[in-house]
Write a protein that binds this ligand. Sequence first.
Ligand SMILES: C[S@@+](CC[C@H](N)C(=O)[O-])C[C@H]1O[C@@H](n2cnc3c(N)ncnc32)[C@H](O)[C@@H]1O
Length: 357
Amino acid sequence: MKKIIEGSAQITINEGVFFNPKMEGLRTLSVLFLKAFDAKGSLIDCTAATGVRAIRYAKEVGIKDVTILDINKRAFDNAVKNMKSNGIDTKAFNEDLQAFAGRYEDQFDIIDLDPFGSAAPYIQDILKISKNGSLLMITATDTAVLCGAHLSACIKTYASRPLHGEPCKEAGLRILIGYISRIAAQFNFGIEVLLSLSDLHYFRVFLRLNKGAKKALDSVKTSGFGAYCHSCQNFVVKKGVVPSLNLSCEYCTNSMDPFGSLWIGNLYDKRILKDMYALAEGDAKDHINILVNEEDIPLFYSLPKITRHLHLGSVSPNKIISVLHEMGYKASATQFGKEGIKTNANLSEIRKILKEV
Ligand SMILES: C[S@@+](CC[C@H](N)C(=O)[O-])C[C@H]1O[C@@H](n2cnc3c(N)ncnc32)[C@H](O)[C@@H]1O
């Protein structure tokens, strides 16, 4: 047994119960998100483990109606004890999320899902316990699959071809969001993406559900396909259920690698991010700062890959971003790659700037 303090939560971690101290930063971002959103109503932590998240949401955000669930008896007992010792009144269930959701008993305003590995098997279940306006906070740690390390696993689970190249993290996160939008549409929900995170070994998406057949269809139609040139870094992304893609690279005539389908809508609600930034401190503030300034455009260019291809020396991404700004383009750093640039300039313009700089 181990005792720890994280945020306002003072918990004990029993033998055999999952707790990853490295995810503290992600839990803090979830707290900041709920605070910035001014989230209210009933909350369920579907994969509670020690209950640390539910405790922080109750104590730091002020959520009063809290339910915890965990299939594992040891985790369930541990979470119930921690909730009590932190003075939080909770409804608690020691059962499989699928069985719980199958009873259609409760519909929650805020749903946290943080499973081992893929979130895909649980998406239907959390939609069953959702309602119009519900907030979903979903973690996925099957990033290797979503990023293309296991092509057939991604096709099997997400019905999508991954991008196994430099922008793979962003493409992987967008494949996950696209998948959620398709399952949500079966329940007549459209999705509104409020925040998307990629760090360490995880993806985390924050969505609001909006009921209606038109909203559901519009969300599904906010997906598309892309093609990526592994040689020169050129990429194209096209919206549509069956968009036409030219797979011959216009810069080097190599054959481009198709990927998708994937979400090509926005990844952030900048108003929420600005409010999160105002509330944040320390590492969380630095992390949110990148997102506040990130251009919300699909995919990005990796500068070292482009300079290597052109046999040029290395350049600072900040320098190229400021030249692009001077030329009137949108340009920013990105959470998806330290040396990456998001911009609406095309590859030939970036190459020209790199040669001049
Ligand atoms: C990654 S841990 C959750 C960690 C926790 N959210 C945190 O921040 O510390 C996943 C938890 O989900 C539980 N779990 C796995 N499958 C489940 C299922 N089908 N229904 C409910 N809980 C499940 C596991 O027992 C485990 O405690």
